[in-house]
Design a protein around this ligand. Structure first.
Ligand code: NAD
Length: 293
């Protein structure tokens, strides 16, 4: 029986979640995704119109099929957590069951046990502000959406994962080195995510026999990255980061989302059965540089 992979944080074909889903699909996995309610309709419409066809082609000539899309808001764990402002929000109208525990229960009802869990989401409402100017609520919101969400996903999905299964998230070097412009407490949230990867690897490894890793990815012009800031300047944050990487990384080549997709496939496959608790760089090697020439 083929493996089932749940990828949280897919809403178009430009990001890392899609790229990982695609490589997993290429290797034969059944793909189901969790999509943030505010972007769910646009995503479904795009799929129906065939906007992502070109980005769905597999090596055997077939197309990646997303078997099911679950509305998911990863800042809520249980129905009781959803505030009135969200319940009455137009962008959530007609949807329910989008808290993490409810999505896990639906996935279990639909598929029984799954094998692969991917966390490819982040949100920091004050990302454009320097840390020194970030409010407490902005900082905690970044941490809630971008770091605790991985803890909660594992809490709720590990019990429905087969032993030998694997969880993966995406992080960024701003967790350990200063990256001006990556603000709002997002750098802090990524530090948490990487530290938690180690602790969760131990706990989930012992309790459920599953592996937990994170990929520290180089810059990619996804929807989320385009929101980081620098609008109105000569280059946006992400354009600057991509050019800087190209100019200074050991490998003088473009970084494609597919590069991260392939590393994700490896980490989630039996080839990596002894690899857990790691932060794996997929960044053309930029992380190892100490000085730019
Ligand atoms: P993306 O826009 O494809 O993915 C981010 C997704 O998170 C979006 O689909 C968004 O709808 C979703 N999301 C936001 N808040 C959510 C919530 N509360 N509940 C559920 N979903 C929510 O962009 P991406 O850049 O591919 O981001 C994926 C991951 O990769 C993130 O963790 C990001 O920090 C990480 N990453 C990105 C880069 C980069 O340069 N793009 C570099 C390193 C790491």
């Amino acid at each position: 029986k083929g493996k089932v992979a749940f990828i949280a944080g897919v809403a178009d074909s430009t990001g890392y979640g899609w790229a990982i889903a695609k490589q997993l699909a290429d290797a034969g996995a059944t793909i189901i995704v969790g999509t943030w309610p505010p972007v769910l309709k646009i995503f479904q419409m795009g799929l129906r119109k065939g906007d992502f066809e070109d980005d769905s082609v597999l090596t055997n000539g077939g197309k990646m099929e997303i078997e099911k899309i679950y509305p998911l808001d990863a800042v809520f764990d249980k129905p009781e957590d959803v505030p009135e402002s969200i319940l009455t929000n137009k962008r959530y109208a007609g949807l329910d069951g989008y808290t993490i525990s409810e999505v896990a229960a639906q996935v279990e009802a639909d598929y029984g046990k799954i094998d692969i869990l991917v966390h490819s989401l982040a949100n920091g409402p004050e990302v454009t502000k320097p840390l020194l100017e970030t409010s407490r609520s902005g900082y905690l919101a970044a941490s809630s959406a971008s770091a605790y969400s991985y803890v909660s996903l594992l809490q709720n999905f590990a019990p429905i994962m087969n032993p030998g299964g694997s969880a993966l998230s995406l992080t960024y070097i701003a967790s350990e080195r200063v990256i001006p412009g990556y603000g709002g407490g997002m750098s802090s949230a990524k530090s948490q995510l990487e530290s938690d990867t180690r602790t969760l690897a131990y706990e989930a490894g012992r309790k459920y026999g599953i592996r937990v890793n994170t990929v520290s990815a180089g810059p990619l012009k996804s929807r989320a990255a385009s929101a980081i800031g620098g609008k109105g300047k000569k280059k946006t944050f992400i354009e600057y980061a991509i050019d800087y990487s190209r100019a200074n990384a050991p490998m003088d080549q473009d970084l494609y989302s597919e590069d991260v997709g392939n590393a994700g496939l490896y980490l989630c496959s039996p080839m990596a059965r002894a690899v857990t608790g790691v932060t794996m760089y997929v960044d053309n090697g930029l992380n190892c540089m100490g000085m730019a020439l």
